[in-house]
Design a protein around this ligand. Sequence first.
Ligand SMILES: [Zn+2]
Length: 316
Amino acid sequence: MNATSTAITRRACMGMMLGALVGCRSSAIARVASGPEIAITIDDFNVNAETPHLDADSRNAAILASLRAARLQAAAFVAGKWVDNPEGQQRLALWSEAGHVVANHSYSHWNYPRVDFEAFSADLLRAEAVIAHHPTFSKWFRFPYLKEGATVEQRDRMRAFLKAQGYRMGYVTVDASDWAIDARLRKRLAENPMAPLDNYRNFYVEHIWERTQFYDGLARQVLNRPVRHTLLIHHNLLNALFLSDVLQMYAQRGWRVIDAQAAFQDPVFASEPDVLPAGESIIWALAKESGKHTGVLRYPAEDEAYERGRMDELGL
Ligand SMILES: [Zn+2]
């Protein structure tokens, strides 16, 4: 809602009787909700990793606290291998207890085009066996590296398998390279534990904003409507330190951050784009399928290589 329409709504509301005011307020909320929306989805859950600066429990607690402060429920796309141990299970349990969706990101985090269907589908079920006892487990699946198959047969066998198993696709709309910034941050802190971190935060927040604008613009062109976005980030030190800054950035720029459960109700997540190689952001894949936008569709869609020059320049 822009400033003018807010003022008009307020003026209209002020003249109303109390009974009508309730309706007036809910229509104002409905109009706010029509602005851009995005949910937070967090991949891998390498929760036991040793990193500089924060230990595993502090890192896990910091990410959870950022979401709690924003009253948000995220989706956790968990690679089973990282939580197939008592400490990992305890750390993941905190997510389910806080109401966040626990979802499947395979066990071994293989790149599907490099393994065969039998091995990959068995690996998916192996992950399910490790995470399905968490109360908020949902049969949502996200491919590691967002790589969904190199051939029609590989892609379509997995799509059929997921349906038969009762899974839906946990597509990403806004893809980014938080993991690459995180790697730089950890390297710097390993060299100098007192290194100032402001530039990492600033670069990270602007990177997420830039990729969000790109995928949102593309979505509006391809679908002729706004979508409920899902941002891909990872369970890492960078987000333990700066997820709250990312959430604040969205609020300041007029975006509403919503629960993952609500975002995945958007019909875009039932799409099955006919492109090869299959994968990347669902918006990227739909844009590719349309045959237009070829000038803006790089492959891979996101990578460390695209951010390296700017990170070098900034001394990150
Ligand atoms: Zn992953």
